[in-house]
Every structure is written in structure tokens, then in C-alpha cells.
Design a protein around this ligand. Sequence first.
Ligand SMILES: Cc1ncc(COP(=O)(O)O)c(C=O)c1O
Length: 366
Amino acid sequence: MTVFDDVPTERTTDETPRRIFRLRAARERVAHIGRLCEVLGRPPLRVVAGYTLKTNPRAELVQAAQERGFLAVTTSADERAWAIRNGYGRNRTIANGPEPIAAGGEPLAFAFADSVEAFVRNLRRRVARVAGVRLRPTMIASRFGVPIDDATMLRAAIVSSPRATVLGFGFHARREDFKGASWRDVATDVLDRAIALSEQTQRAIVAFDIGGGWTPEQFDRDFAADVRWLVKRLAAAVPTCRTLIAEPGQAICTQAEALLTKVLEVRERRERREAIVDAGFSDWPHTHDSAHRVYAIRAGRWELLGRGADRIGGRTPLEYDAVEGLRLPAGLRPGDRLLIADVGSYDHSMAFNLARGDETRTVHSD
Ligand SMILES: Cc1ncc(COP(=O)(O)O)c(C=O)c1O
């Protein structure tokens, strides 16, 4: 049994390049993560999953998350409109991004302000039931979240808020920006600052948001233990906190899509072979940022390509549109199909059209 038994090899007759959505695998992943969050909670503190629309806004995924009780995590008004079209109410929606939130309408569940200015505006406009702030971890260089330098300003803004204001704090950071710190170091940095602000301003913390940033492998290895640790800390240090929000995007989406591509040309050389294919960097722009498994059909089954001296070249004019270090199957010919796995996250949402003409013939999609 390979991971692609849900992608029938008969699909090799489909027109290419084509994104194949693995609906069953995706729904199972959503259900697994939803269940995991439920068991990690320690009443009255719940652990709630949020589905981050920007990672992959595909309707089937948004709907699966909605049906499984995830919150919708949005970064823009466009995403909020899309969340609503896919079954979300504003009372199940989080806003977390630098775009100002318009006044009016039912309050959102949570708004995590990216700046002191946004926090003050969100309170004035009553955009959410819980006025949150995204804090920038001190050890991380980022343009997002309120930095430690703005602590005094933030404290003054909270002090000026109505006495009954309840607070949420959160962070989101990419592993590659941790600079040697562990996830627990980053969470501790943000939590300690949140607790200090709550004590100084006499406003209760009711929510803590840990963002996303786990690859599927990191999630499966670390998430449960790290969240269990954080739940314990929150229960002890912040007894008013009722909701711990996790927003795993890549951990849900990465394996949900694969890219079916056709070999256009094979360049056989003694030292290595190169296959030019009809997909390219623009169809999976995270080509080099994360390892993508590549499969070929052997004896009627998808077989994972091993490591070797061969190369796949994409169809675009970009110099870097190539993947080195693969072993192509013997006898690979023009017309054969390859399946590039793990393209369901930003390879989906950040794909762009290049060299496809103006009447955009985008990649086919299920
Ligand atoms: C606030 C927030 N939450 C969650 C995510 C999802 O992160 P990922 O898809 O890396 O898991 C992002 C991504 O940028 C984010 O900005």
C-alpha cells in the first residue's frame, strides 16, 4: 500500500498538468487533527483548531474544517467572504493579519491585532468578541505582531479600554525564523509577556493562539507533546483562559494535493538523465523549500523515486525551475506521467501563471 493508492493510476490519461485533490485523505487529516485537539483540552480550557484559509482556500477543505468544528482563520475581507460562502458564520471566524477590519456586521469570534493601532481600532469598532493582540516573539525578526519595543504603548492602550475588556494573545512564527530557539522557548516568551500585560492592566486573558507553521512531519512528531505542555502551563498560570487556538495550515493541507505531470522530453546522458515535464515552478512555487515526493508508475502502481544523479526540469524559462538529486526510472519516455506529491499548501495558494499566455490556461483542477 502506498500513500497514493487513493490516486488511481488510470488517471494517467487525464489531461496534464493537473492538480489532484485527495479528498478522502484530506478529510481524514482534518478529522484526526480535530480529535487530537479535543483530547488535548483540559476543561475549562478547550483546545480549538482553526483552519487557515490562506494555506489552501479550496472549498472542499474549508467545508471539511467547518463541518468538523474548526474556526476559520482569515487574513482579509476576501477570505472572510469566502469563509461565509463555505458555511462559516462570523461568530466562528478569526481575523489575524495586517489588513484593517471593517466596522459593522456581527462581531467575529476573535481578532488578533497586528499593531497597537489595530488593537485600538478593533476595540472602538467592536469587530470581535475577544480583542486579541498578536505579539512578535522577541527572538524573531518579523514584520508581524506587536514588538517588545511597543510594550508601553500597548499597555497604555489596554489600560484605556473598557474595564470589562477581555484579552487574547497569540503568535505565529515560521520554524526557519526561530534562530535556534525551540517552539517552547517561543511560546514561553509570548506567554510571559501576555501574563505581564494582563497583570499590569487588570484585564483577563481568555484566549491564547499559537498560530501554525508545522510541516505534517513536525506536527505528527511535536504537536501533541508541546500542546500538552502548554495546556498545563496555561491552566496553572492563566486560569481565566478558556480557549487555546491552534492554526495548523501546512500540517493539514500539504499532502492533500498532488500534481500530475507529463514527461515531454528525456535527455539521456551517461552521467545523468533529465526529464523535461509539462509542469513547472509556477505550479509548485515551493519546489525548493520543502521536500516533495515524486512518483512514477511501475507495474501499474505509483512508485516513489529514490535519490540519484538525475534531474526533472520544469517547463518554464526560470533557471531554477529544476529538481536535482532524483533517480528517474529506467526506460522513462516522453508521454509517461509523474506524480509530484505534497503540493497542497502554499504550492496551491501561491501558484502563478507564467508562460501560459494571456488567456490563462491554468493547471487543471479536480
Ligand atoms: C496567523 C497565522 N496562523 C496560521 C498560519 C498557517 O501557517 P502554516 O500554513 O505554515 O501552518 C499562518 C501562515 O502564515 C498565519 O499567519
